[in-house]
Design a binder for this molecule. Sequence first.
Ligand code: GRF
Length: 218
Amino acid sequence: MGRLRLGVLVSGRGSNLQALIDACADPAYPAEIALVVSNVAGAFAVERAQRAGIATAVLPHRDYPDRAAFDAAVHERLTGAGVGLVCLAGFMRLLTPGFVDAWHDRMVNIHPSLLPLFKGLHPQQQALDAGVRISGCTVHFVRNEMDAGPILVQAVVPVLPDDSAEVLADRILGAEHAAYPLAVRLIADGRVRVADERAIISGGDWRAAPMMVPGCGP
Ligand code: GRF
């Protein structure tokens, strides 16, 4: 069977994209990046993709009359590249319901908190304000509600007394770079199904890795 073809949507520095590029560099990894789409010209993520010899499409959203037209253009590029899974990786645009529905259970996002806590902007500052002792990141299937959808993988980090939002963000980012490639691998290996809006992972004994728990399943 061929590798799962990923379309990665980015807007910024692209460190999660880099983690996926690095994972895909292993021929044994079950996915490959078919296309990177950026809505921001000059995003460092685009440079990372080009450096790795990956096809890129820069579609500045202001070139389109409305969100639907922009999303239609992105959709066309993704389908044209034979993408099977869309990975949002620091993509700073809200997607229209039409787009989200078209990629139902075929689009994932990573968010730097343990969802459903701290949705939306500045989740690291939200974690500090709440005084929680642990935080982390979540990879989840995308739904129309922001930062919601069946959870694939969560990775946990401590929140330390002296943390600033930046320091905590960096620590969480390290966890993100492990969690995202793991979640994509689980999907690409055909081990994920969604039932009652929960992602169920088959196979594997996750008790050995209690800090990164992708969820149910023996
Ligand atoms: C990450 O923290 C991710 O969780 C959030 O946006 C940030 C993107 O960082 N959705 P990068 O562009 O992947 O470095």
